[in-house]
Design a protein around this ligand. Structure first.
Ligand code: ADE
Length: 229
């Protein structure tokens, strides 16, 4: 799967993409991430990409020319334009269902904003899928884009070592419940014991205990998930 990221700060991504699961996925060519600097499409020698808002108000707004032209240039490069996503706190909220929807695309083009926002004509012309990662304001869309890449990439077949492991995660289970508590060695740590049922080797009992755990946790922490059916 190909991800194209349009950003004013491509350097932000290298550390994260260079580690762990994503690094392995990139090395194994299951994931291809291409970074593009929106500033390369600015129209002046100062490489300006933003300007003051018409009508006044605080902060700066991303100008339409460099953003629209960079998206068009990136989308026409390659065989398919891909699915265009703009990261913005005003978008539809990312959840595992949206992640699954995005993971079915062959190519995602992710546009990261900075400053106070995008000139509305960028949205009107490009009609992107506007996505928010939650009800809080980040300094820019870069961290949000990394969240999307991370969550989507781990659904790509072969990216996770153990094919089963994402199906067991919270929100990806058929019942949409939180994950049960996990334990590893040692059996006793600072006086806290591993629940004895997990040591019995009785898989049916263990499965039943985990199911009950999931349900209880979800009831305590995220009752809203139980209502979603
Ligand atoms: N840019 C700034 N805040 C954001 C958020 N919560 N989600 C996505 N993009 C953002």
């Amino acid at each position: 799967m190909q991800f194209d990221v349009l950003t004013l700060f491509p350097e932000i991504f290298s550390g994260y993409l260079g580690q762990s699961v994503l690094r392995l996925a990139i090395d194994r060519r299951l994931v291809d991430v291409r970074l593009h600097n929106i500033r390369d499409w600015s129209h002046d020698k100062h490489r300006t990409v933003d300007d003051r808002p018409f009508g006044g108000g605080p902060g700066m707004v991303l100008r339409p020319e460099p953003v629209v032209e960079s998206v068009e240039a990136v989308q026409t490069k390659g065989q398919r334009p891909g699915h265009l996503v703009v990261l913005t706190p005003g978008g539809r909220q990312l959840d595992q269902r949206v992640v699954e929807e995005l993971s079915a695309k062959e190519r995602l083009v992710l546009v990261c904003g900075r400053y106070e926002g995008f000139d509305q004509r960028i949205i009107d012309l490009l009609e992107p899928d506007e996505i928010s990662i939650g009800d809080y304001i980040l300094g820019g869309g870069e961290v949000a884009a990394m969240v999307v890449i991370d969550a989507v990439a781990r659904l790509i077949p072969g990216v996770l070592g153990d094919e089963e492991s994402h199906r067991q995660d919270s929100f990806s289970q058929p019942d949409g419940l939180l994950e049960y508590a996990q334990y590893t060695r040692p059996r006793t740590f600072r006086g806290l014991e591993v629940p004895p049922v997990l040591l019995t080797g009785n898989h049916q009992e263990i499965a039943r205990w985990r199911e009950a755990q999931s349900l209880e946790r979800t009831r305590q922490r995220r009752e809203d998930l139980l209502d979603q059916g």
